[in-house]
Design a binder for this molecule. Sequence first.
Ligand code: CXF
Ligand code: ZN
Length: 369
Amino acid sequence: MKTKAAIAFEPGKPLEVLEIDLAGPKAGEVLVEMEACGICHTDAHSASGAESWRKFPFVPGHEGCGIVREVGTGVTGLKAGDKVIPLYKSECGHCMPCVSGKSNHCATIMPTQKLGVLMDGTSRFSDQGQEILHFMGCSAFSQFTVAPEISFAKIANDAPSGEICLLGCAVTTGLGAVLKTSQVKAGSSVAVFGIGGIGLSVIQGARIAGAKRIIAVDLHAHKFALAKQFGATDTLGPADLTGSAAEEIIEMTGGGCDYTFEAAGATSAMQEAIRAAHPLWGTCCLLGNTADEDRISIHPTAVLGGRKIIGCTFGGVQGRSELPGYVDLATQGKLDLAPMVTHHLSLNEINHGIDLMHAGKSIRSVIHF
Ligand code: CXF
Ligand code: ZN
């Protein structure tokens, strides 16, 4: 069949939108018609060529929501008509990390997913006979995509795809970091560094957890209105500071926060977030990704008092078993997603959406198919 997709043909070049070929689902695989997909920094980062190991061309996109149209042989958990969110963290339920119940780093498709192929070592996408690779097991910047059944969370059919797609990455990353990985307690103090899609979701998670103080830190003060709307009690920007943000937070909280989160993807923010966590019982949770050569450094005494430095991917959330519950939070009105979607675009406008993101003009742009 044909599918209209945005393709990263060469590192650093704009995506090209064209009709390409898509082979149907093989055994254990599922064909999904995408309804919506958010644009995430990771899509642009990977398309930029910053990952020396990544092979081109590929179809990016990993924050999608769509409808199952066809299932391959042996698929038991999904059927045509089901609404799904593609998972860049699959959940097979059988590998060691899945069985442990302590990790969402499902090992089953990791080796092939990184290579941009499905589990049989081949891609379903092609253009005039040239192989086009998959991305993060999702390739959601395509009207249709194919991935294994273990790479989809089945969610409520009445969930609104244009907002729920954000649970494919940013929202689950922030919410899961707070509710699952850090298990923020009611009455806690929380600081969030970086108020993008992930940071705003940390704020919403902290509000849901009943945190009494939520301090939003960002270099751009125009982000604070939404942070406050989502539950931030305090905001800190460059204009509010004489020293560092960490020093100010230590002053404001009488020693540091119970929990801090880094959602800026910058080592400088990570160092600040570590310092801003209380030195005796504070937990600092790192969420952002940075360049391969980046490092953060601490003196051992930074943790000898009891402070914890942790981190997670996709919030530590196991997609198939736990994402439906997060979707329900949104449909029950406990999680506000609509204000996060600052731009609604067509697939043809994808490069504009990427530009808006780089210029800091969007929280999330969502592609509607
Ligand atoms: C990323 C976060 C950093 C590791 C790879 C996945 N998540 C989504 O954008
Ligand atoms: Zn992402």
